[in-house]
Design a protein around this ligand. Sequence first.
Ligand SMILES: Cc1ncc(COP(=O)(O)O)c(C=O)c1O
Ligand SMILES: N[C@@H](CCCC[NH3+])C(=O)O
Length: 443
Amino acid sequence: MYLHGTSKINAQGHLEIGGVDATDLKEQFGTPLYVVDEQLVRDRCREYMDAFRASGLGFQVAYASKAFCVMAMCALAAEEGLSLDVVSDGELFTALQAGFPAERIHFHGNNKTLEEIEMALDAEIGCFVVDNFNELHLLQAVAADKNRKVNILLRVTPGVEAHTHEYISTGQTDSKFGFDIGNGTAFEAIELASKQPNLVLLGVHSHIGSQIFEVEGFQMAVQRVAEFAASVYERLNVAFKVVNLGGGFGIRYIDGDTPLEVSQYVKAITDAVKNHFATIGYAVPEIWVEPGRSIVGEAGTTLYTVGTSKDIPGVRKYVAVDGGMTDNPRPALYESKYEAVLANRANEAVQETVSVAGKCCESGDMLIWDLELPKVQSGDLLAVACTGAYNYSMASNYNRIRRPAVVFVKDGQGDVVVRRETYQDIIQNDLVPERIAKQPVTR
Ligand SMILES: Cc1ncc(COP(=O)(O)O)c(C=O)c1O
Ligand SMILES: N[C@@H](CCCC[NH3+])C(=O)O
């Protein structure tokens, strides 16, 4: 298994993250357990901030909180000087409760409700990323009602197909998100938005997809947006102060994944912006980005205890762990691949090939197929790497399985940032109507 960030194999032959032995983490916090290498998250934040500073352009780096949204993470992002992309009232609430500066919060989403719009307006967030005409009209009406001026970006689809899984590709014309540049809808939206008395049109937003390894897609998106900006300026005399190029920067889950350095993505984007916006006739706009996965993905490791196994001679050996698709639905959703190691015997030689199953009542609940490990025993500690993004945030209580705790590790210390769910948490919202006869609780 590739060792990201501060992860290493220590003298006892155990996996260690943030200076804490994984077997001690199991002892202290139990399994399954999400472990986050705090230093690696901070390093990634700093890589983005430094790369943008080096470009000389105005910028904001907004952490896409959908990747992993808990109060500690919002507080960390705020401390590192990042902005925040939220897509729901729940993410907004989490950020505000963590004390995230409202003026650095950007609100996304293709179906914001009236309640969400009012909540965000009342919180005085920095910017709405408007996705469609319904939202444009609703936002203008609510802002007028509250006698407020609101910053907006319009989300456009630049017609760029990112080379990634079709479910996480968003820049193409046939997408549920945004105003299409190609068919003229984006132009229409700019014309309309620029006339709204309570909306301040800062510019546009484009996001082409996720887990992208090449810079060409981003460069192409910059070119399309710049051509669009030039035509908008020429025909409407509207200048963009901000261009948001979204997130999508890839990470290394397994051998063969070939992400670029953060600085390489940023340089490609900022160079393209300088190049394509230079001739439009106004100052080069501020560049905003929204990385999620590349900030937290490689920093996450999930620890599981191995339970049962089933050997089907000549076919395969299944080993089951105490979590699965409830804490990591990505293999079932996207056929995502992961690497793993026995954290308690990380130095031992490979002796068998096993497939790692979860504990859900579902055949598709598989975490890793054909993983090479030492002879696996019940009680072993399996560490799956690169689970920091879209794992906790997409976790569920399927089969009424309690969601694991999340622990931040740094300099030899582990701190719980989300406590493990209890049985009481599982039933806390359940109600039994009176017409259903109440059964005596026997134990
Ligand atoms: C609008 C928008 N911004 C940012 C992101 C974050 O993407 P990633 O986690 O790939 O950086 C996404 C998710 O793909 C998104 O839809
Ligand atoms: N949830 C996806 C990424 C979605 C990106 C959000 N637009 C994943 O786990 O890869």
